[in-house]
Write a protein that binds this ligand. Structure first.
Ligand SMILES: NC(=O)c1ccc[n+]([C@@H]2O[C@H](COP(=O)([O-])OP(=O)(O)OC[C@H]3O[C@@H](n4cnc5c(N)ncnc54)[C@H](O)[C@@H]3O)[C@@H](O)[C@H]2O)c1
Length: 305
């Protein structure tokens, strides 16, 4: 089979001035994508700004013979999101791929969380994905082609201590991914999420030397595949770190059924309710609803299988 290439397709990569986004930008440009390197160049906590971050990555791409343009708009507002997409249109005339990667951290245990620690985190990660993807989505729908990759995290999927703000934003991106996957199906727009682990400025203190095998370049192959025409999946979540790729999925246990369910039934049958044997992985609400309607319209009471 031929190697994966992008044949001049236009990719917006947010937060691509360093870390994971820079790595995605370099690899995809090398394979023929035209890149909008978006980054406002702030600190890990989202303070300040430095236009040179995005510019430096554009220079790296150009030095390797690729095509890229810098964009320093913040993804955190609707105007900013539109402006990022406008940069793609002005430079390259279209957009085919959006990689929502920009992010900040403002960690605090929940009882100490303030609006100043909560709102910017939701705005950059979650609202930012809405604001950049929506204007691009209109274009993708019209041309019947698109790829969107959202950067989630095990902090939300699994629940990391001290990250209620970040975790909620990252799990919000899972819902966003799954709804868009559904809505994009008919227009050949594929939407997936990754939950990466990599040694970047965001994690280097936390991981120390143990993070050395977790180079951002080992996350990029999954993103580059999901962004390609070859991508064969939609609505999925991939765990990616240090060369390991796996799939997170949302499963549903068979459960327990009683027509006149009581509080005591829940207490007495908790093990049945939680038993994972025979679980399913619903592709969408229709799969859960089908089972539910079958059961409540005359199914046998008790532990379900
Ligand atoms: N490194 C990891 O182990 C890890 C784990 C899970 C998820 N992630 C996610 O991966 C993404 C990339 O993180 P990273 O580790 O490369 O860290 P990073 O700090 O190097 O990259 C984040 C980039 O986003 C940019 N950014 C922040 N706010 C922005 C805004 N409003 N508009 C545009 N750009 C903005 C920053 O300037 C920065 O360059 C983030 O969404 C992060 O939450 C990283």
């Amino acid at each position: 089979m031929a190697d994966i290439g992008y044949d001049g397709k236009v990719a917006i990569i947010t937060g691509a001035g360093g870390g994971l986004g820079r790595s995605h930008a370099l690899e995809m440009a090398h394979r023929g994508a035209r890149i909008v390197v978006n980054d406002l160049g702030g600190s890990v906590s989202g303070e300040g700004g430095d236009v040179s971050a995005a510019q430096a990555v554009v220079q790296e791409i150009e030095a390797l013979g690729g095509e890229a343009v810098a964009d320093t708009n913040s993804v955190a507002t609707a105007e900013g999101g539109k402006a990022v997409v406008q940069t793609a249109l002005d430079a390259f005339g279209t957009v085919d791929i959006v990689i929502n990667n920009a992010g900040i951290l403002r960690d605090k245990t929940f009882h100490n969380l303030t609006p100043e620690l909560l709102e910017p985190v939701l705005q950059v990660h979650l609202f930012g994905a809405f604001y950049v993807t929506q204007p691009a989505w209109q274009i993708m729908r019209e041309k019947g082609y698109g790829r969107v990759i959202n950067t989630s995290s095990n902090s939300g999927i699994l629940g990391n201590f001290g990250q209620a703000n970040y975790g909620a934003a990252k799990m919000g991106l899972v819902g966003f991914t799954r709804v868009l996957a559904n809505e994009g199906r008919k227009a050949n727009i594929k939407v997936n999420a990754i939950a990466p682990v990599a040694k970047t400025r965001m994690t280097e203190e936390l991981f120390g030397a143990a993070g050395d095998p977790m180079a951002p370049e080992l996350v990029t192959p999954v993103v580059a595949y999901l962004a390609s025409e070859d991508c064969d999946v939609t609505g999925e979540i991939y765990s990616v770190a240090g060369g390991v790729v796996a799939r997170f999925f949302i499963g549903l246990t068979p459960g327990y059924y009683k027509r006149d369910l009581t509080v005591e039934d829940v207490r007495d049958h908790l093990d049945d309710i939680r038993d994972v044997e025979g679980f399913i992985i619903p592709e969408g609400p229709q799969d859960e609803l089908k089972k539910l309607f079958e059961t409540v319209s005359g199914g046998t009471e008790g532990k379900l299988s």
